[in-house]
Design a binder for this molecule. Structure first.
Ligand code: SF4
Length: 327
């Protein structure tokens, strides 16, 4: 009995990755998706889309290997802080290393020629294929007819004629193809990766500029609340919602200061790693300004450091007073 050909595909859970897997499966190939987790992109969407397609999905954490790309990706950043070319390369190299040990015959992606100006133009697709280490085994089913034939096509594992020639930014062909294959529910385009989110990218850039390096916790903190860079250099994170406050509380570490206004509903203000007395005064001012106490109200702000609590007394100021430090 001849062996069934097995493809392993990068699977973000977006429509393109769903279609790439579907198009190959329609040819009778055995297809598995792989999703690489980072602090910027969790697996929920991939899990949901894979479940809809009943597609086997592998999930691997790539965070440690991703760190160098936060600082200096060899092929640069996109519009946000997204090192898409190097990120794709990293994922493909990781997936390529799994081919033989896991019994896969080739790799595939949902990349579409011309869809993204930086990472999916012809030059980038060729560069990514070349530098992946397995250019001959990397199939892009959605644009395959516009690209050089790969080994799966040349050996007849995949019928090139039944692959596609999608090109450009329009989503219409993908939407039509989805309908053709009975894919009704799929996520909206874009979204998913925080490194392309302008707010997150700006906060990350500011943090890198200020402290040079970031920890996993820094990356998590950047997801929650309003961020202020205080005059003495400390950071204050002000919860915007109950959810923010709870998330920030879960991220507390020894040495942090937590500030809350007494007697009024108000946010949790976190000063990671503590700060100079002058910065804590400003952070206390933020706790007052973002509380329900009206401006010009005398309040007490509790400052917790580990098990110890001290008090800062102040008169609340309007939020606008702190605008210059908002990141
Ligand atoms: S958008 Fe994010 S996850 Fe996707 S390739 Fe770019 S950096 Fe990687």
């Amino acid at each position: 009995m001849s062996k069934r050909i097995r493809g392993l595909g990068l699977f973000s859970g977006g429509l393109d990755s769903m279609l790439a897997a579907t198009v190959l499966r329609a040819q009778g190939l055995d297809v598995t998706g792989i999703f690489f987790v980072t602090p910027f992109f969790g697996p929920d969407r991939a899990l949901e889309s894979a479940a809809r397609l009943q597609l086997p999905l592998l999930i691997l954490d790539l965070t440690d290997k991703f760190f160098p790309l936060i600082y200096a990706p060899p092929h640069g950043f996109g519009r946000g802080h997204n090192p898409c070319i190097d990120c794709h390369l990293l994922m493909l190299r990781e997936a390529a290393a799994m081919l033989e040990p896991e019994g896969f015959d080739f790799l595939f992606t949902g990349e579409v020629l011309g869809q993204r100006p930086m990472s999916q133009n012809r030059g980038s697709l060729n560069l990514i294929a070349r530098e992946s280490g397995v250019p001959e085994l990397l199939l892009r089913p959605l644009s395959a007819k516009l690209l050089a034939p790969t080994r799966p096509e040349l050996l007849g594992w995949v019928d090139r004629e039944r692959l596609l020639a999608l090109n450009g930014r329009s989503r219409k062909p993908q939407i039509a193809l989805a309908a053709e294959h009975g894919i009704i529910n799929y996520p909206a385009p874009a979204g998913g990766c925080l490194l392309t989110d302008p707010g997150y990218a700006a906060r990350l850039k500011e943090t890198l500029h200020h402290q040079g390096e970031v920890s996993r916790r820094d990356l998590e903190l950047l997801k929650w609340g309003r961020h202020f860079r205080l005059p003495g250099g400390a950071k204050a994170v002000v919860g915007r919602t109950q959810r923010d406050n709870e998330a920030l509380e879960k991220l507390l570490e020894p040495g942090d200061r937590v500030l809350k206004v007494r007697g009024y509903p108000g946010p949790l203000v976190l000063v990671p790693g503590g700060g100079l007395a002058a910065d804590l005064e400003v952070a206390a001012g933020l706790a007052g300004a973002y509380s329900d106490a009206r401006p010009e109200t005398p309040v007490e702000v509790a400052v917790q450091a580990g098990g110890e609590t001290s008090l800062i007394r102040l008169t609340t100021a309007p939020k606008a007073r702190f605008k210059e430090w908002l990141v």
